[in-house]
Design a binder for this molecule. Structure first.
Ligand code: ADP
Length: 523
């Protein structure tokens, strides 16, 4: 039969061990260990220090009972001395002396400190110290009980630390998934959605709440898909077994997806399988990228190549045609015919070089994001009058009016570039009002700005296209623009030129009524 007090001791030890090993919150584990130790050693004050995660040899007090926190810096310092002494093999007397000094620093009434290392897997995780107001040597039994208690405590501390580390890791991964700019979705092996991040919610219009729990086919609805899709791949044995250690083979699927609101977006989805240690599929991680803009750019590029080729081919065909005709040996051409033909060749060559110039400027803007300006004094009213004179000769159907006040100011600007803008406005006004009508070119001063505008009575521009006409290569998709020549570069260049002058460019238009293009420059 065990004596009574040892039964109590053992029961206490068991109960406390259970309580602490079932607990995963480190702070709570430390608190319980500390309170139990103080009770068991009939002490008044106690502390637990753990090895710091930053510095290998440093111990930091992580739990304390019966000491005001103001004492912490000093105690931490004394503790450091103790640890150094212990690790360099200091003898018991010197360690006891250091413990006594710590006890005194806490309260003059405290006489003794008992320290127990918390060791797990041969590694000292920390140190538990209990202080008491009397000096008494512990019996061999006391020490044994305490040691087994400390061992339990070390396991609990280790578990709690591991758990805290895993929890941190989990939160970090969660934050990465949640805040990733790409859509991320985690599927179970039945293709039910387990996770659905914010980016994917934005892309698809499905809230993560609504999406989670559904089968992926309810949420990822393809309007058009390039086969093989996920289903085909799974039917064909994806993910294929790979040699040990080799990364699993991902699957890339691309197509047009129907959003929850019915709109369409183009996406590319990379599916990565997650396998268990037996090679069975447990999850699929899907990374979804919105490639709508990329697709649009590609379409624009294709469109651009076809318009540019067309634009280049027309003058080249004309030049070639006239040149071949003029060279014919069997005909004696009138000098007038020769002159006219050479005139056409020259005009078409000019058109070609203007086109090439535009392309070069556009690509320069694209890479340098700026237009270089050559600033001089400019009279925009005079310039407008000259440009109008030139265009008048090109059309019989349009009537031009000029509307500038007599005191219209002289301003600083790049003459060549600004003329290019006016040219573009006026040639568009002609091109896009095939029924003719009045084209008004005018200007006025408003606050510290001058405004110059070109108004036509042409086909106008649909509201959704109003802002887009200034984009590179953008052309309104209408019957007229399909018939008229153009590259969609003119207004893009005009905007870059006006922006370089610190001005703004804009358009007001009503479909079927006409358009008013204007720019505003600071005086
Ligand atoms: P381009 O005329 O070579 O196509 P622009 O950049 O000058 O290129 O114009 C872009 C598009 O804006 C045109 O294709 C046309 O659809 C539209 N647009 C420009 N000016 C007018 C206008 N005055 N009236 C109607 N539509 C216009």
């Amino acid at each position: 039969m065990l004596p009574d007090y040892r039964v109590r001791q053992r029961d206490f030890l068991l109960e406390i061990s259970r309580a602490i090993t079932a607990q995963l919150d480190l702070g709570e584990v430390l608190r319980r260990v500390l309170n139990a130790s103080i009770t068991m050693l009939a002490g008044q004050v106690g502390l637990i220090a753990l090895r710091s995660s930053e510095a290998e040899n440093q111990f930091v007090i992580r739990a304390i009972s019966g000491v005001s926190s103001e004492r912490l810096p000093e105690l931490n310092r004394l503790l450091q001395e103790l640890v150094l002494d212990a690790e360099s093999g200091g003898d018991v007397a010197s360690l006891n002396e250091k413990l006594r000094r710590m006890a005194e620093a806490i309260h003059p009434g405290l006489r003794q400190g008992i320290a127990l290392p918390l060791v797990f897997a041969e590694e000292a995780l920390g140190l538990l110290i209990v202080f008491r107001s009397y000096i008494s040597t512990a019996t061999a039994n006391d020490l044994q009980v305490l040691q087994s208690f400390a061992d339990q405590a070390a396991i609990a501390v280790n578990n709690a630390q591991l758990y805290a580390r895993i929890d941190r890791e989990r939160k970090r991964l969660e934050a990465i998934v949640e805040n990733s700019a790409d859509g991320v979705m985690i599927l179970d092996d039945d293709l039910h959605i387990e996770r659905f991040n914010q980016a994917l919610a934005r892309m698809t219009g499905w809230s993560s709440q609504d999406a989670i729990g559904r089968h992926q086919d309810e949420v990822i609805i393809w309007e058009r898909i390039e086969k093989p899709d996920l289903r085909d791949a799974l039917d064909n044995g994806w993910p294929f077994r790979r040699p040990e250690g080799a990364p699993a083979e991902t699957l890339y699927v691309e197509g047009d997806l129907q959003r929850r609101d019915g709109m369409t977006i183009s996406v590319g989805i990379t599916y990565a399988p997650l396998l268990d240690s037996d090679g069975n599929l447990t999850n699929i991680i899907a990374n979804v990228r919105d490639i709508t803009n990329f697709r649009r750019t590609q379409e624009l590029q294709n469109e651009f190549i076809s318009t540019i080729s067309h634009e280049l081919r027309t003058p080249i065909t004309l030049i070639k045609g006239y040149a071949v005709t003029l060279q014919r040996d069997d005909v004696e051409w009138d000098p007038e015919v020769v002159r006219d033909s050479l005139g056409v060749i020259e005009d078409e060559a000019d058109r070609l070089s203007a086109l090439v110039e535009d392309l070069l400027t556009a690509s320069k803007i694209q890479s340098q994001r700026q237009v270089e300006l050559n600033l001089v004094d400019v009279r925009l009213d005079d310039m407008a009058a000259r440009v109008v004179e030139r265009f008048k000769t090109q059309t019989d159907m349009h009537h031009f009016t000029l509307n500038f006040p007599p005191d219209f100011p002289v301003m600083q600007g790049d003459e060549v570039r600004l003329r290019q803008v006016l040219d573009n406005f006026i040639s568009n006004a002609i091109k896009y009002s095939p029924q003719g009508g009045t084209i008004e070119v005018g200007g006025y001063v408003e606050d510290d700005y001058v405004v110059v505008y070109v108004r036509d009575e042409g086909e106008g521009i649909p509201e959704p296209d109003l802002n887009r006409v200034f984009e590179r290569f953008y052309r309104v998709d209408g019957a007229l623009s399909r018939k008229t020549k153009g590259t969609g570069l003119g207004l893009y260049l005009a905007k870059a030129i006006i922006t370089a002058h610190n001005g703004t460019i804009g358009v007001e238009s009503q479909l079927g009524q006409g358009s008013k293009f204007f720019f505003k420059l600071p005086l």
